[in-house]
Design a protein around this ligand. Structure first.
Ligand code: DP6
Length: 349
């Protein structure tokens, strides 16, 4: 017999960034972070997990190619989920799996991203969240989404925020064992649904410094990171929560842009410095800043992760269509140049 389960998880975009760990192996961050999860179907991972007595070992395929499951992060997620497995009964197929059986049974996992991995867009967040969620469902794990998020966190920090839709906060927690470092939903996907997310794929190349090693170097060498984590982010988190509750776009945009810029300032403050943004990223920032200043109220927020691609959040559909016109005019897409393509994450929140 074989039992399978399929789940889909969208990626999330941080508007108050996670950058720096206080514990590398448990993946515990130095500050809280807040993100917005894209709508289902946009930039997401679809994962099918299967269990059968015929499987001789755990195996995983990503976009059709087998990848190794031996890394510590995968192993932590598998171990934590297996430890919480409960009895499963599928009457239709006449299958009964007891809590104890799960220790001996092996899994096959197949994951697909609906966006090109080569585009350098964050895929680990959606991927690890989907892995943990689908395994949890298959094994009838009783934990709630927050508890599952603490497991996904051990796969990749940002993954813990993809367990929920809408606006999500990853609480850094205080416990040494990481039990209180988990995600909570601040507002659901309907709360602020006029926002539109557009991703400008500036470069399709893979980033040179991974988030994991970049943040390690920042923790070791950047004084600005210490200041940011202790003094800046705690206050910003409170203000961002308020802006989200009140759907106050002006505050939301000011906070998101400032936080993205400070995160990249921390990267510059790292020794040796890390450059994630390029000239096109800087030109996009200029273009948005100028436009926002020329209007009565800001129309668009920008945020950049560990790469040059811009995530642009428009206040409504009208602002989004004006933004697209501007982008196509100033930054025409051409895979040969520094503006590869655009991904329209239509109505993302
Ligand atoms: C810049 O979650 O990819 O996107 O925990 O080492 O897997 P690991 O790092 P990762 O870092 C994401 C960093 C960021 C900001 C954010 O998503 O908050």
């Amino acid at each position: 017999w074989i039992l399978t389960l399929t789940a889909q998880t969208p990626t999330n975009i941080a508007v108050i960034k996670y950058w720096g760990k206080r514990d590398e192996s448990l993946i515990l961050p130095v500050n809280d972070s807040i993100s917005v999860t894209l709508d289902p179907g946009h930039l997401c991972t679809t994962t099918t997990v299967a269990v059968s007595p015929a499987f001789e070992q755990d195996r995983m395929w990503l976009n059709g190619k087998e990848i190794s499951l031996s890394g510590d992060r995968f192993q932590s997620c598998l171990r934590e989920i297996r430890a919480r497995a409960t009895d499963v009964e599928n009457k239709e197929k006449g299958i009964k799996i007891s809590k104890k059986d799960w220790e001996k049974l092996h899994l096959h996992i197949s994951s697909f991203n609906n966006f090109p991995t080569a585009a350098g867009l964050a895929s680990s967040a959606a991927g690890l969240a989907c892995l943990v969620f689908s395994l949890g469902k298959l094994m009838n794990v009783q934990e709630d989404h927050s508890q599952l998020s603490a497991i996904a966190r051990q796969g990749s920090g940002s993954a813990c925020r993809s367990l929920y839709g809408g606006f999500v906060k990853w609480i850094m927690g205080k416990e040494e064992n990481g039990s209180d470092s988990l995600a909570v939903q601040l507002a659901d996907e309907k709360h602020w649904d006029e926002l539109v997310i557009i991703i400008a794929v500036v470069s399709s190349r893979q980033k040179e410094t991974s988030s994991t090693s970049g943040m390690r170097e920042s923790v070791e060498t950047s004084l600005l990171l210490q200041h940011r984590a202790k003094e800046v982010v705690p206050k910003r988190i409170l203000k961002m929560e308020e802006a989200i509750q009140n759907r106050d776009f002006a505050s939301f945009a000011a906070l998101a842009c400032a936080d993205s810029n400070q995160f990249h300032a921390v990267c510059l403050d790292t020794s040796p410095p890390i450059f994630y943004m390029n000239d096109t990223s800087h030109r996009i920032i200029n273009c948005v800043e100028k436009w926002n200043r020329s209007e009565e109220a800001p129309q668009v927020a920008y945020t950049f992760d560990a790469g040059p691609n811009a995530v642009l959040i428009a206040r409504n559909r009208k602002a989004a269509s004006l933004l697209i016109q501007r982008l196509l005019y100033y930054f025409p897409p051409n895979p040969e140049t520094d503006m590869n393509s655009y991904v329209l994450g239509d109505k993302s929140i």
